[in-house]
Design a binder for this molecule. Structure first.
Ligand SMILES: [Zn+2]
Length: 266
């Protein structure tokens, strides 16, 4: 049977506050069998972990601090994340990394916060869920220092260049792709990236409620006016990957599901 795993959804977003049960059920009905909630701050990671616990074997969570939230990083942050990571539904450290695109937190604070989470991942040996936007050079130079001890890592929502993708692959990372790949106006270059990245090194995600795949039929939108992305739309991300690579949708479903199961140990 064809199943998919959505490695990144933001189920704590207020766009989902009234219909989490339906969103999860619709995803299951669309063969999206497991989903990983992205933790973006200590509070948000706690909330994601709490929701995931209510859907054992279906929902999981990451625990981490997004670079945008690095300004909230304090002396207690790591011990709180460490506690969350003791729970079995909390399968990954992150999301963490650097975002020099919007600079919502000062860059030096982003770097401190990122390094602390790399050290935490080494300590707890759970895989890393990484975020890098417009910060490739600094991101690699920091990450390289930890590389020999690092657990497996995925750079999620990859929208970078082909040379950047090659560097990530050469360093053993996985790449996560969202509906951005179907946005040929903004991200035309991702077709070439997808064609290059082997299927055994890629995972797929919706980043819901963001990044609505362009190939999602309008009649499937539950919140039409918000054009809300949902985990049920993950098959449309897989379909774009299949189209770009010239392989069947079943191959993409099987390979990305297997990668995610091994990577997150779920
Ligand atoms: Zn991210």
């Amino acid at each position: 049977m064809k199943t998919y795993i959505d490695i990144g959804i933001n189920l704590t977003n207020k766009q989902f506050q009234n219909d989490i049960d339906d969103v999860v059920q619709n995803a299951l009905d669309a063969d999206v069998s497991q989903m990983i909630l992205t933790g973006t701050s200590v509070r948000n990671s706690e909330e994601s972990s709490r929701i995931a616990k209510e859907y054992p074997g279906i929902l999981y969570a990451t625990a981490g601090i997004h670079p945008h939230d690095a300004k909230s990083f304090d002396a207690q942050s790591i011990s709180k994340l460490r506690n969350l990571l003791k729970q079995k539904q909390v399968v990954s450290v992150g999301e963490c990394g650097l975002d020099f695109d919007r600079d919502f937190s000062p860059r030096n604070i982003q770097e401190t916060c990122y390094k602390a989470q790399l050290e935490l991942a080494i300590e707890v040996q759970k895989p890393l869920f990484l975020h890098e936007r417009a910060a490739f050079t600094k991101f690699m130079s920091i990450t390289k220092d930890y590389l020999p001890q690092l657990p497996k890592a995925v750079v999620h929502c990859f929208t970078g260049t082909l040379p950047e993708a090659k560097t990530y692959l050469d360093n053993g990372f996985y790449l996560g792709f969202t509906g951005a790949i179907s946005d040929s106006k903004r991200f035309d270059h991702l077709k070439e990236v997808i064609q290059y990245v082997p299927v055994d090194r890629m995972m797929i995600e919706t980043d819901a409620p963001f990044m609505l795949p362009k190939n999602t039929p309008n009649n499937l939108l539950m919140k039409y006016h918000e054009r809300r992305c949902e985990p049920a739309f993950l098959p449309f991300v897989a379909a774009t990957v299949a189209q770009f690579k010239g392989v069947s949708g079943i191959v993409v479903a099987e390979e990305t599901t297997r990668n995610a199961k091994i990577f997150f140990r779920i």
